[in-house]
Design a protein around this ligand. Sequence first.
Ligand code: IPE
Ligand code: IPE
Ligand code: MG
Length: 254
Amino acid sequence: MAVRSTTAQESRVQLNGHQVSLEAIPRHVAVIMDGNGRWAQRKHLPRLAGHRAGTENIRRVVKALSKYGVKVATLYAFSTENWSRPKEEVRGLMEIMGKVIHRESLEFHKQGVRLQHLGRLERLPQQLREAVMKAIELTQKNEVFTLCVAFDYGGRDEIIGAIQRLIADGVPAEAVTADLLSGYLYTGNIPDPDLIIRTAGEMRLSNFLLWQSAYSEYYSTPTLWPDFNEREVEKALLEYQRRQRRFGGLTPVR
Ligand code: IPE
Ligand code: IPE
Ligand code: MG
């Protein structure tokens, strides 16, 4: 439960009985939603049932993040390497994703959520591509919360694409800076993630936000994605609050 108290001097939320300063709430949380397959396996269900349960969980987690003052969330839903999975699973994932976007985008729109896509659009089946484009257009002026869905996304692929566009634009070598390159990424208008959560226990990035995560805080939990609920969000935010971010300097920065 979060209780918010805001006075002129102080602005704090209660997380799980702990006082948390609102300044220590990450602005951008990115999530590697892993463990759908293991969740299904434990229940003796087909893997696609895990993916269905996983996508059902998106609404719940976005709501919890937004309640605690997070402004941007990025969800890693399908990597450029996930195409190597069995055809049936890939097809099922595309179908589930299309249905979810279709079903949820109006509700997200009503709540002031702006939807953004990170990754390649051109390789997605036409129906899914159109659903994504429609959702982006519908929600483009919303300002309450930004939800980025990384689908057919790969960090290396993103950086290669950015370099190709830089060259195509005729940018001279000496004009290439970190800021300029950042602007050529899918996340050009999005702040870097402050916190990256990975569910299902692995300790790797799996090609997620390679450039943007230079100074992100990492949090890995054994909880499988379909079981990652509001309590789990609270635990991650509390852990984030205990971290000292120094960005190479000696003084912790907030
Ligand atoms: C994450 O769950 C969803 C995608 C990568 C599409 P997984 O499908 O990777 O689940 P596990 O890792 O097999 O449990
Ligand atoms: C990472 O999960 C990608 C997504 C969550 C979309 P994977 O299950 O594909 O990652 P690996 O294969 O365990 O590294
Ligand atoms: Mg996995």
